[in-house]
Design a protein around this ligand. Structure first.
Ligand code: PHE
Length: 454
């Protein structure tokens, strides 16, 4: 087997490239598909307020911690811990990250496959003149099928693997740079159409008027899980990406920019969806189906809807792709650097095994619907385990590792790029990662799974 040579590691080229790639990882189905439906299931405004609080108090610090660890170690998620803490058990966090990547990509590719079907449906003008009910049936029938959803999922995984094989600079960075800004523009156009629909104000009320009585016991953990999922933190994706960032870049501003971009896109997606949800009489708690049932109605009601719909789903597919490559990269970097596999072979082995699990997740909406564990189907179980369990646990250990093991002197050196940048808030940051974030995450987690009652 080819031995990995650390002097030949790939890296990101430009400053904008780093931000685009990390934002490309963060911005994806998590913002446009998952955020609206999870917010909808948890009653809207109050949930979003808690979500925003978590993004600022926990999300940014965890993201900055991941960048710091990755750039310091210049290794994959697993190898970074081995390198910075040799002969300890810290590498287990890296291993948890690799497992989380496996689980996330398996169900992520299901939804990415749905997106590809919707590109096809847009292209064939299938939404034209359909009522909201007919559009719902259209989605339900497709989702419950076997052949088509799996075919699209396979297609998506092939695309993901293909870009990952191409490598960091020529693959990931190149695509992210062009396509992300176009997506933002298109969502803004959708927002304008949505807020001028008759009855839009009900949707905006739902989004922005906090009503804390609508939260259930699980809501707070869901908000935390959504924050982790959406920012791509807690499993070493951004440790891996951090390891490709060169020493001259400012990690703090990168983390803040990426978080801001991710959050703005999620909120804008909510603004596009909820006015339409109420205008077309869809239930806000419709779950994972929400955007696929809602958006076609909006497209139908706007001039040039055919093209908007087509471009929108293409860009959503691309956003999913720039995220899925970052998930696959975690596994591939581990296989290459720790197990000495060639990049191409590592990618194929990872993609094939993830797809095998992913097929089960896709079929759990159809023929395997009756396989239930704690009332969850396979898809829901994989999603819950990854987002609400693995990522928060990973997050705790990542910040604890940085705060307690690596220590302030190392942190300062890395965050200031050896004195090139100022780090005015370093004391606050160290306080958050040593105390506030781990305690807060642990409490939310234990409360959410019912081990702790307030
Ligand atoms: N953040 C991505 C999204 O919002 C999903 C993701 C999760 C990517 C975890 C990497 C790691 O779609």
């Amino acid at each position: 087997m080819a031995k990995f040579d650390p002097t030949k590691r790939d890296s990101f080229g430009t400053k904008f490239g780093v931000i685009a790639a990390a934002a490309g990882s963060a911005v994806g189905l998590g913002n446009i598909w998952r955020f609206p439906y999870v917010a909808g299931e948890n009653g809207g405004g109050a949930f979003i307020l808690i979500y925003l609080l978590f993004i600022i108090a926990i999300g940014i610090p965890v993201m900055l911690s991941e960048f710091t660890i990755g750039r310091r170690a210049k290794r994959n998620a697993f190898g970074s811990f081995k390198r910075l803490a040799p002969n300890t058990y810290w590498y287990l966090i890296g291993l948890l990250g690799v497992v989380a990547a496996f689980v996330i990509l398996s169900f992520y590719s299901t939804v990415a496959g749905w997106t590809l079907e919707y590109i096809y449906l847009s292209f064939s003008n299938a939404f034209a003149e359909k009522t909201p009910d007919q559009l719902t049936t259209m989605f339900e029938t497709f989702k419950a099928g076997t052949f088509r959803p799996i075919l699209w999922q396979l297609f998506f995984m092939v695309l993901t693997a293909w870009i990952v094989i191409a490598g960091v600079k020529k693959g990931i960075e190149k695509y992210a740079k062009i396509l992300m800004p176009i997506l933002l523009l298109l969502i803004i156009v959708l927002d304008i159409r949505a807020i001028t629909l008759p009855g839009a104000s009900e949707g905006l009320d739902f989004l922005f008027r906090p009503d804390f009585s609508k939260l259930n016991t699980n809501s707070i953990l869901e908000a935390l899980g959504q924050a982790f999922f959406s920012l791509s933190i807690g499993m070493g994706t951004l440790i891996t990406y951090g390891s490709y960032i060169n020493k001259k870049q400012n990690l703090t501003s990168t983390a803040i920019n990426v978080t801001a971009a991710d959050t703005i896109i999620a909120i804008l997606a909510g603004v596009a969806i909820f006015p339409a949800v109420f205008a077309f009489g869809i239930e806000p708690n419709a779950g994972p189906d929400l955007i696929f049932r809602t958006l076609p109605n909006i497209f139908q009601q706007m001039p040039g809807g055919y093209f908007f719909s087509l471009i929108f789903f293409i860009l959503l597919g691309v956003a999913a792709l720039t995220s899925s490559i970052s998930v696959l990269e975690v596994v591939v970097a581990y296989f290459v650097e720790e197990l000495g596999m060639l990049r191409k072979r590592a990618t194929i082995v990872a993609a094939v095994s993830i797809t095998a699990l992913g097929i089960l997740s896709t079929m759990s909406w159809g023929v395997m619907d009756d396989v239930r564990i704690f009332d969850f189907n396979i898809f829901e179980l994989l999603d819950f385990t990854a987002s609400s369990v693995f990522l928060p646990i990973g997050g705790v250990f990542i910040v604890v590792f940085l705060g307690w093991h690596l220590g302030k002197r190392n942190i300062k050196e890395e965050i200031t790029s050896d004195g090139l940048y100022k780090a005015k808030l370093i004391n606050l940051f160290v306080f958050i990662i040593k105390f506030l974030a781990p305690i807060a995450i642990a409490m939310v987690f234990l409360h959410g799974i019912g081990l702790l009652k307030f």
